[in-house]
Design a protein around this ligand. Structure first.
Ligand SMILES: [Zn+2]
Ligand SMILES: [Zn+2]
Length: 225
């Protein structure tokens, strides 16, 4: 059994609290008794390397991820086998950012961190906007880098079903994120993660997957292989 929280934002996401540093996130995840976490900042992998290092220190399995906002204003969690693959996606989506820059006083700061809580700089791109590519195109890109796409909080704002009204026939999503008790679309694997923007929101040891402690196995499980 692998106890997980696969949707966590660091202080690089403008909407997350500033103490959501990679070191704090991983220390809290270990305290909570989780086995695997994913960092999923909005439209960027800028803190993945730091979080990967911090997770290793805490003895956690780390799944590098992002939460992409597609042009339909749908949120997609995307996961990769390693930080290097995730950063290829990060580079690929930079040209899809909105033209305007972030306004920290309005949207919040976007801190780039190392694994020891040192600030490395601030991301200037506007991370909370929609990317200039739709969910199907983004899913194709993710798969080309060996990753998996999982629609986020499908019944909430920016969720696939909330926005589109149905599971689209295009990309074949297997895993979907939803809340406990919500209807699981036919044939889909339900995931329950926290979408934590503050440390206390990180999941307790309550949701698990019946698989071995290995990132490749986890990714395969998420795509239904
Ligand atoms: Zn979201
Ligand atoms: Zn989120």
């Amino acid at each position: 059994m692998l106890y997980y929280d696969l949707h966590i934002h660091s202080c690089l996401s403008p909407c997350a609290q500033e103490d959501m540093t990679p070191a704090n996130i991983c220390a809290m995840a270990r305290l909570k008794g989780l086995d695997v976490i994913a960092l999923t900042d909005h439209n960027t992998g800028g803190n993945l390397a730091a979080c990967d290092e911090a997770a290793r220190r805490e003895g956690l399995l780390f799944l590098p991820g992002m939460e992409l906002c597609a042009s339909e204003e749908v949120h997609l969690l995307v996961y990769f086998p390693d930080v290097k693959s995730a950063m290829k996606m990060d580079t690929a989506i930079r040209s899809l950012y909105p033209a305007e820059k972030n306004r920290p006083e309005y949207f919040g700061h976007q801190w780039l961190m190392d694994s020891q809580d040192q600030v490395l700089g601030e991301e200037e791109g506007l991370l909370i906007g929609a990317l200039a590519a739709d969910a199907a195109a983004l899913t194709d890109m993710v798969e080309s880098f060996g990753g998996a796409a999982v629609p986020a909080h499908i019944y909430r704002g920016y969720g696939l079903i909330q926005v589109l009204g149905l599971m689209p026939p295009g990309p074949r999503f297997h895993a979907v994120e939803l809340s406990l008790g919500q209807e699981v679309p036919k044939g889909c694997l339900p995931l329950h993660s926290s979408d934590a923007h503050q440390l206390g929101m990180i999941s307790e040891r309550e949701h698990s997957l019946p698989i071995a402690r290995d990132i490749k196995t986890l990714l395969k499980y998420l795509i239904g292989e």
